[in-house]
Ligand binder design. Structure first.
Ligand code: AMP
Length: 508
C-alpha cells in the first residue's frame, strides 16, 4: 500500500474537515490538500521529469508546504528525503548528493544555500522554492492518480542525526511507516477526526512521523507560526485545536512546563505528549506528571526503527501506587506490540534479566538498510536484528532501562559507570537545571567522572552540596571528581546534549 492513500480517502470521506493549519488559521481542508497533492504528483511525474522510485528532498522549516510536498512525493511513488533545515550548507550538499535527489523543495529563507547546489550536484535537476511562483505554477499542473507502491518500496530516506561522523541514510519503506502508524493505535492512542497534532519539533526528524496516525484518521496537522516550541503559543493553540497531541524531546517538555502560560493553560485540551529521543530524568518527569496528569507517553525508538522499540504508556506513568513506579518512570517501558526486543552480549547471546547489554530489535518497523552503505547495513542488521548501539537491561517484568550509548559509558578503574545514574541524582538538587556527566581521560584511573552543571539563575550551589547529595545515594566511586558550571549545555539540532562537545573541552 502507498500510504499517501490516506489523503485521497480523507478527501472523499471528510472533504471539509481542517487538515492543515498554520497556527490558528486553517491552511487547507482535506479536499484542498489532496487536490494539491495530486497536482504536485502530476508536476513531479510531468515537467519535473521524475519517475516512481526517484528521490525528492524536502529542505524546509516546519510549514504547511512541508506536508504538501511530502504527500505529493509519496502520491507520485517517489521517496522523500527529509533534510533538517538547521544543518550547515555543506551537510545539505552531502545529503542531496548522496541520496541522488532529483528535486529539492526548499523554504524561501534556505533558497540561498540550496538553489546553487543544482549547479554543483549532477543528479539534482531542480530546486523549487515553496511557497514561491514556481511552486504555485506546479500546483496548477494536471492531477495524477495515486501511484501503486509495494510494501518494500522506499518512502522515507532518513539521514540519522549523526552526533558522530557522517550521517547515514536509513531507508524506511511504506511498510515500515504503515506499521509504525498502526502500532501507534495499538499502544498509544485511538485517534479520530476531532484530534489534532502540533508539529513544533522538526518535521524532518522522527517527530514528523508522529503526525502520520493523525493524518491517517483525518485529524488536523497544526504547524505553529513560530515554527518551534514556544510555551505561550502552545497554550493558545491548545484551546484552538483541542484533543491535541505532540511529540517533544525531554528538554522541550521540561521547558514547556516551566512556561507560565503553558503551565496555566487548560490541560483538558491536551490529549498526549509523546516524549523520547533522549532520556527524561525522573525528577523532570514527576514535575510534568504533577502538572499535566496522565498525559505523558514515552517512546524509545531510533531513525532505523521509527517511533517504535519500547514504550511507557500513559497508564504506566499514572500508576503511582505500583511498588516499582519510580523504577518504571526511569525505564523506557516495554516492547511495543510490533517488535521483538532482546538484550545481548558482544556475541549476540541473550544476557540474563537484570544484566546490561546491547539492545536489539526485530520487526516490520525496522529499516530495509542504509542507503548505499552495504557494510553498515550488514553490520547493523546482522542476524536479522537491528543492533541499536544502545545499552540497556530488562527487569523481570519486561521493562527496559536504557543505560547510555556504549561510547558514553565511563570506565574508571576498570569499572563501568553509567552517566545517567549520576545525572539522575544531581538533578534532584533544586538548584540544578541541567546536567551532563562525562568521562575525562585520567592517567591513574583510565577515566574520571566530570559533571557539567547548569545552575538555576541566582541560586547558590556549591560542589560540596552536590558531593553530599551523591554520597547519600550512589556508590562513592561514581561521584563526580570534578564539577564544571556552565550557562548552558551544547545540544544538537534536535535538542540532544552533545557529550562529544563536552569531551572535546578536555583536549584543550
Ligand atoms: P535518533 O535516531 O536521532 O532518533 O536517535 C535515536 C537514539 O536516541 C536512540 O538510539 C537512543 O540512544 C536515544 N533515545 C531514543 N529514545 C530514547 C528514550 N526514550 N530514552 C533514552 N534514549 C532514547
Amino acid at each position: 500500500m502507498n500510504i499517501a492513500a490516506w489523503l485521497d480517502r480523507n478527501a472523499r470521506t471528510f472533504p471539509d474537515r481542517p487538515a492543515l493549519a498554520r497556527g490558528a488559521a486553517v491552511h487547507a481542508d482535506f479536499r484542498l490538500w489532496a487536490g494539491r497533492v495530486r497536482r504536485l504528483a502530476g508536476a513531479l511525474l510531468g515537467p519535473l521529469g521524475c519517475r516512481p522510485g526517484d528521490r525528492a528532498a524536502i529542505v524546509m522549516r516546519n510549514q504547511p508546504e512541508y506536508l504538501e510536498a511530502q504527500f505529493g512525493i509519496w502520491h507520485a511513488g517517489l521517496c522523500a528525503v527529509p533534510v533538517n533545515a538547521r544543518l550547515h550548507p555543506n551537510e545539505f550538499h552531502y545529503i542531496l548528493e548522496h541520496s541522488e535527489s532529483r528535486v529539492a523543495f526548499v523554504s524561501p529563507d534556505l533558497a540561498e544555500s540550496v538553489v546553487p547546489l543544482a549547479e554543483k550536484i549532477p543528479t539534482l535537476e531542480r530546486v523549487v522554492v515553496a511557497p514561491g511562483p514556481e511552486w504555485t505554477r506546479l500546483l496548477e499542473e494536471s492531477e495524477h492518480g495515486l501511484v501503486a507502491r509495494a510494501p518494500t518500496d522506499p518512502a522515507w530516506l532518513f539521514y540519522t542525526s549523526g552526533t558522530t561522523g557522517r550521517p547515514k541514510g536509513a531507508v524506511l519503506t511504506h511498510r515500515n511507516l504503515l506499521v509504525a502508524t498502526l502500532s501507534y493505535f495499538a499502544d498509544i492512542d485511538f485517534v479520530t477526526p476531532e484530534d489534532s497534532v502540533l508539529q513544533a519539533a522538526p518535521l524532518s526528524h522522527g517527530a514528523g512521523l508522529y503526525g502520520l496516525p493523525i493524518i491517517a484518521k483525518a485529524g488536523c496537522s497544526v504547524i505553529p507560526e513560530s515554527g518551534h516550541f514556544d510555551g505561550d503559543e502552545v497554550a493558545r493553540l491548545l484551546a484552538r485545536w483541542p484533543n491535541m497531541s505532540f511529540f517533544a524531546a525531554p528538554t522541550m517538555v521540561t521547558r514547556l512546563i516551566a512556561n507560565p502560560a503553558f503551565a496555566g493553560a487548560d490541560h483538558r485540551y491536551l490529549k498526549t505528549i509523546i516524549y523520547g529521543g533522549a532520556p527524561m530524568y525522573v525528577e523532570d518527569l514527576k514535575r510534568a506528571l504533577d502538572l499535566l496528569g496522565p498525559k505523558l507517553q514515552q517512546i524509545y525508538g531510533q531513525g532505523e526503527a521509527p517511533m517504535t522499540i519500547t514504550g511507557l504508556s500513559k497508564a504506566m506513568h499514572a500508576d503511582r501506587d505500583h511498588p516499582r513506579w519510580e523504577a518504571r518512570l526511569g525505564s523506557a517501558g516495554i516492547a511495543r506490540t510490533d517488535v521483538e526486543v532482546r538484550v545481548v552480549d558482544a556475541e549476540d547471546r541473550d544476557v540474563p534479566v537484570g544484566e546490561t547489554g546491547e539492545v536489539l530489535a526485530r520487526g516490520d518497523v525496522v529499516m530495509a538498510g542504509y542507503w548505499k552503505n552495504e557494510a553498515a547495513t550488514r553490520e547493523t542488521l546482522r542476524g536479522g536484528w537491528l543492533h541499536t548501539g544502545d545499552v540497556g537491561a530488562f527487569d523481570e517484568e519486561g521493562f527496559l532501562t536504557l543505560k547510555d550509548r556504549s561510547k558514553d559509558v565511563i570506565i574508571s578503574g576498570g569499572t563501568n559507570i553509567y552517566p545517567r545514574e549520576v545525572e539522575e541524582v544531581l538533578l534532584r538538587h533544586p538548584a540544578v537545571v541541567e546536567v551532563s556527566v562525562v568521562g575525562k581521560p585520567d592517567r591513574e584511573w583510565g577515566e574520571r567522572v566530570v559533571a557539567f552543571v547548569v545552575r538555576r539563575p541566582e541560586a547558590a550551589l556549591s560542589e560540596a552540596e552536590l558531593d553530599a547529595l551523591c554520597l547519600s545515594s550512589i556508590a562513592r566511586f561514581k561521584r563526580p571528581k570534578e564539577y564544571v558550571f556552565l550557562d548552558s549545555l551544547p545540544k544538537n539540532n534536535y535538542g540532544k546534549v552533545l557529550k562529544t562537545e563536552l569531551r572535546k573541552r578536555f583536549e584543550r
